[in-house]
Design a protein around this ligand. Structure first.
Ligand code: FDA
Length: 397
């Protein structure tokens, strides 16, 4: 016997940041909304974000904080639903939060506060959320309605919103569904890669730097195109920390990056001054004032750091300064989607409306959040994109 389809105005696939925001806004407009998700719980990535405290936005948001083949695309959504709009919702729910470096806003207590707020708003807007719902097929009929076949049954809607996110962290229910739907409806997709992801090392560097696991250093990390000033972290697998995650989104395989491990210091000047005032002091003693001992040993070697300063020629000092302030390292690769915070690339913005996120190819089809070729920097920008793009679609679906 054929099962009766559930008919709703708006179907949203993905019950996380962008999908829930879209559901709230569409529901507020009186649209009947059903959100489908194959996970057993909504908002898994929200819960794991920001080390469990969810860096939910940033006080400074501009298009410059995003990577896309169309750098202008995100401007409209970000200006229509801003960080201040989201902060107002957080304030309405009396969620305590604090600001960390570079304007990043984090929950004081738990990312759960943000998810509960979104779910409460969804409930007020009468949006239905169906979990453990596996999508089997998506079709569009001659009356331009979408039919979605799922494990619990068939759903029909005139608006279909794809909010299924990117490929990062498969164990958190990430899937390529959004890209497949886009492809099915004739959309161009920019190749996807892992972003905001730790680097692995080449075998010789892995050996040389193996003992440094756990050391964090304030640095400037750069390549030919961009630089980031923040901490780097040595791990047992390679290099991580905010500055590394940031540059990873701009890194091409095989490229060398440059790391200034003493960003606040003119190392050559420092060494020359110390040589004049403490000629018998060993290099390792003066460098220990500014750099972890294990790190200087790994980079400069025991023989060099054991030398008294007076034995170091100007030429040698220049080489040491270069080594510490222009450390060149070629990562072996990245840890990939297993640990990446985001997915670069995705659905080509030039085939979407920047105001509504609607497909220019298929009326009634919308793409929001990370599945779109808009990727934020570390710092709350990816959630802000999810809120802003979800909000924009929510006004029109
Ligand atoms: P998101 O990935 O959140 O949600 C997609 C939803 O679709 C999921 O619920 C998933 O189950 C569902 N889905 C996927 N495939 C499906 C299918 N086939 N069928 C049905 N449902 C399907 N950003 C930030 O701004 N601040 C931060 O602090 C962090 N921290 C952070 C930590 C970690 C560890 C990660 C991995 C990521 C972050 N991020 C972040 C990035 C941020 O989490 C991410 O950009 C947003 O969650 C994207 O929101 P979306 O709604 O687009 O996708």
């Amino acid at each position: 016997m054929p099962t009766v389809a559930t008919t709703t105005d708006v179907l949203i696939i993905g019950a996380s940041a962008s999908g829930l925001m879209c559901a709230i806004e569409a529901g507020k407009r009186g649209r009947s909304v059903t959100v489908l998700d194959h996970a057993s719980r909504p908002g898994k990535k929200i819960l794991m974000s920001g080390g469990g405290r969810c860096n939910f936005t940033n006080t400074e948001v501009s298009a410059d904080n995003f990577i896309s083949h169309n750098p202008h695309f995100c401007k409209s959504a970000l200006s229509r639903y801003t960080q201040w709009d989201f902060i107002a919702m957080v304030d309405k729910y009396h969620i305590p939060y604090h600001e960390r470096d570079h304007g990043k806003l984090f929950c004081d207590n738990s990312a759960r506060d943000i998810l509960q707020m979104l779910l409460a708003e969804c409930s007020k807007a009468h949006a239905t959320i169906r979990l453990d719902c596996h999508i089997k097929s998506i079709d569009r009929d001659e009356r331009k309605a979408f039919t979605v076949e799922t494990s619990p049954g068939t759903f029909r809607a005139s608006s279909l919103v794809i909010a299924s996110g990117g490929l990062s962290i498969p164990r958190m229910c990430a899937s390529p569904l959004g890209y497949k739907v886009a492809e099915q409806f004739g959309h161009h997709i920019w190749p996807t890669t892992a972003g905001l992801v730790p680097f692995t090392l080449q075998p010789h560097d892995r050996e040389r730097l193996a003992d440094l696991s756990g050391i964090a250093v304030a640095s400037i990390v750069s390549n030919a195109r961009i630089q980031f000033r923040d901490n780097i972290l040595f791990t047992h697998r390679g290099l991580s920390g905010p500055a590394i995650l940031q540059i990873s989104s701009y890194w091409k395989a095989g490229e060398t990056i440059s790391i200034n491990l003493l960003a606040e210091l003119d190392v050559l000047d420092f060494l020359k001054t110390r040589r004049a005032t403490q000629p018998n002091t060993r290099l390792k003693t003066v460098l220990a004032e500014v750099l972890p001992k294990r790190l200087m040993l790994a980079l400069l070697g025991e023989k060099t750091v054991d030398k008294p300063l007076q034995e170091l020629s100007r030429h040698r000092m220049e080489a040491i300064a270069r080594q510490l302030q222009h450390w060149q390292i070629k990562p072996g690769g990245t840890e990939g989607y297993r640990t990446a915070e985001v997915t670069l690339g995705g659905i080509d913005c030039n085939e979407l409306s920047s105001r509504t996120m609607e497909s220019s190819k298929v009326k009634g089809l919308y793409f929001i959040g990370e599945v779109v070729d808009v990727t934020g920097w570390l710092g709350g920008y990816n959630f802000q994109w999810a809120w802003s793009s979800g909000w924009c679609a929510g006004q029109v679906v």
